[in-house]
Design a protein around this ligand. Structure first.
Ligand SMILES: N[C@@H](CCC(=O)N[C@@H](CS)C(=O)NCC(=O)O)C(=O)O
Length: 225
């Protein structure tokens, strides 16, 4: 299988299936493309042959393309049942899917005001965003209450006890909390640290920091040096 991804510093959608597969020990070839919106860019040209969306991530299995993180997660869970990528218990599984769907279509204020940017540290921007953007504060409150309920029910250290798709889906948010020093309660902060301590996550963040590829359209707060 090949997994097409974007810049590791910026591509939050790419991180989800990459972390899922790497942490679960599912073998794949990584194909990294430099993110771009321009129609004539290598990014768009490479993807044109593979996916009608022109977006990453895309998983290609023996020439068959699966795009969109939710679809990729479901495909992998069906292909590798022994990996238990979703919780085994039906209600827990349904809840995990609810959380992933909520992440997939929600948290828009947090996502737009605090885009993923692993290589940098912007605590002063985080403080300003929290002071000026009540929707971001609401997103953070929802995250904290969601995660705490999961820890109450499943005991941690992951959202459903053991690592599942849900943890992969919230990993980019964990990086945002770190980059922007966003305030979250202690158990949520401990979860952020736990996700960052995973060897697969450390590998991704190491690669992200080594990229040194400044993309203006993903940088609302910094200018190129
Ligand atoms: N809903 C999609 C979102 C994918 C997405 O927006 N990916 C971004 C990179 S993080 C992208 O490829 N952007 C290029 C574009 O929109 O032209 C998913 O879950 O995979």
């Amino acid at each position: 299988m090949q997994l097409y991804i974007g810049n590791k510093n910026y591509s939050s959608w790419s991180l989800r299936p990459w972390l899922l597969m790497t942490h679960a020990g599912i073998p794949f070839e990584e194909i990294k493309l430099r993110l771009s919106f321009a129609a004539d860019s290598p990014f768009k040209k490479s993807l044109a042959a593979i996916t009608p969306t022109g977006r990453v991530p895309v998983l290609v299995d023996e020439g068959f393309a699966v795009w969109d993180t939710l679809a990729i997660a479901e495909y992998l869970a069906e292909k590798y049942p022994a990996k238990q990528l979703w919780p085994a218990q039906p209600l827990a599984r349904a809840r995990a899917r609810s959380l992933c769907a909520e992440m997939h279509s929600g948290f828009t204020a947090l996502r737009s005001h605090c885009p993923m940017n692993i290589e940098t540290s912007l605590p002063e921007i985080g403080a300003k965003v929290v002071a000026e953007q009540p929707d971001v504060v609401s997103d953070l409150a929802r995250l904290a209450s969601m995660w705490e309920k999961q820890f109450d029910e499943h005991g941690g250290p992951f959202l459903f006890g053991a690592f599942t798709v849900a943890d992969a889906f919230f990993a980019p948010v964990c990086t945002r909390i770190k980059t922007y020093a966003l305030p979250v309660p202690p158990r949520a902060a401990a979860y952020v640290e736990h996700i960052h301590s995973l060897p697969a996550m450390q590998a991704w963040t190491r690669d992200a920091r080594a990229e040194h590829d400044f993309l203006d359209f993903d940088e609302p707060y910094r200018t190129a040096r």
